[in-house]
Design a protein around this ligand. Structure first.
Ligand code: ACO
Length: 322
């Protein structure tokens, strides 16, 4: 049995922040941001009521409604995030409590922008092993709290949000998947901020925020993602042209366009929401999936490739039938 997605949901914070608004609080402008990234606006949490947990729970409730399953029918909850509200309990356990999904084994996965893909692949492996039959998978981030708002080259890129899917063990659904990691490249995208309370360890505990070497991340993404998708399709024995949509991690429209060119595929096969969401890291793929599902763009039997890349370094892809 493989993982078949039977419901999707998403939640963006209420407040949308445009490039023009950012240009009133820092030295930037709409033309620079749009031409380099395709981003026009992003949603950012703007009250203490909007948290990683609240976004995750809203997305999860929408996905459950769409799937027709009740919280108590869920066996497994995986949350992909690097911006959980707490170190412990995990975001997944907090979501479980809020939903009343009392049967669900719940834990988080930290694989940055590849997190949703890694969580989906983990669920698929559990289903193939016959251990669980239903799962709720959430990608959620409130990166706005770990961004360096004095670094204009990174802070303009990111947005907050959550996307969720409900998956069921089925004969159809997931066809092939692969994932990879390269810790030796980890220094190009980091967030080392952790307070050390150990009285026996002296630290120079300066606050540290999300750091990115943008050009290196760009090079990594445009090389690794096409390779990863080509290997995935070879593994499945599937022709790239038969895939209806390629849903890539929404980091930057230039990266998406470059990947489409490298794969020699029309850009129409690469839906994007980076213009109004920015880069929502682990949440970007499930938010995009929910958007195109709700727009009625997916038909039963369509082949879809999902592919993510991010800090770690990590990357992954999955081919599934809708
Ligand atoms: N507004 C205006 N000017 C800016 C801004 C800004 N927000 N940020 C930087 N600049 C300036 C720089 O100061 C520099 O000025 P200078 O030439 O006078 O020194 C100039 O713009 C060019 O800066 P670069 O950093 O060289 O800009 P680049 O063309 O490389 O674009 C970008 C930067 C958009 C980050 C690019 O490297 C990129 O797209 N990288 C991919 C990274 C990415 O998408 N990461 C996503 C997060 S990671 C993940 O999701 C996996």
């Amino acid at each position: 049995m493989r993982a078949k997605i039977i419901g999707t949901g998403s939640c963006l914070p209420d407040r949308s922040v445009t490039n023009d608004y950012l240009s009133t609080i820092m030295d930037t402008n709409d033309q620079w941001i749009q031409s380099r990234t395709g981003i026009r606006e992003r949603h950012l949490v703007s009250s203490q009521q909007e948290t990683t947990l609240s976004l995750a729970v809203n997305a999860a409730k929408a996905a459950l409604t769409d799937s027709g399953l009740l919280p108590e029918q869920i066996d497994l909850i995986l949350v992909a995030t690097v911006s959980s509200d707490y170190i412990t309990p995990s975001a997944a356990c907090m979501v479980q409590k809020e939903l009343g999904a009392h049967r669900a084994v719940s834990f988080d996965i930290n694989a940055a922008c590849s997190g949703f893909l890694f969580a989906l692949n983990t669920v698929d492996a559990y289903f193939q092993a016959g251990i669980y039959q239903t799962a709720l998978i959430i990608g959620v981030e409130t990166l706005s709290k770990i961004i360096d708002w004095s670094d204009r080259s990174t802070c303009v890129l990111f947005g907050d949000g959550a996307g969720a899917v409900v998956a069921k063990a089925s004969e159809g659904g997931m066809i092939a998947s692969l994932q990879g990691s390269d810790g030796t490249g980890g220094d190009i995208l980091t967030c080392k901020n952790r307070t050390n309370n150990n009285p026996f360890v002296s630290t120079d505990a300066n606050p540290d925020y999300l750091y990115m070497n943008g050009q290196e991340v760009f090079k990594f993404a445009v090389k690794k993602v096409p390779e990863c998708i080509q290997s995935l399709l070879e593994q499945a024995g599937e022709d790239a042209s038969h895939v209806t949509y390629y849903l890539l991690h929404q980091a930057n429209y230039r990266i998406i366009a470059s990947i489409a060119r490298k794969l020699k595929l029309p850009i129409e096969k690469f839906p994007s929401n980076v213009d109004h969401c920015g880069n929502t890291s682990a949440a970007s793929i499930p938010i995009l999936l929910d958007e195109i599902h709700k727009e009625g763009k997916l038909s039963e039997g369509d082949l879809i490739v999902l592919s993510g890349f991010g800090a770690g370094l990590t990357w992954g892809a999955a081919l599934l039938q809708w």
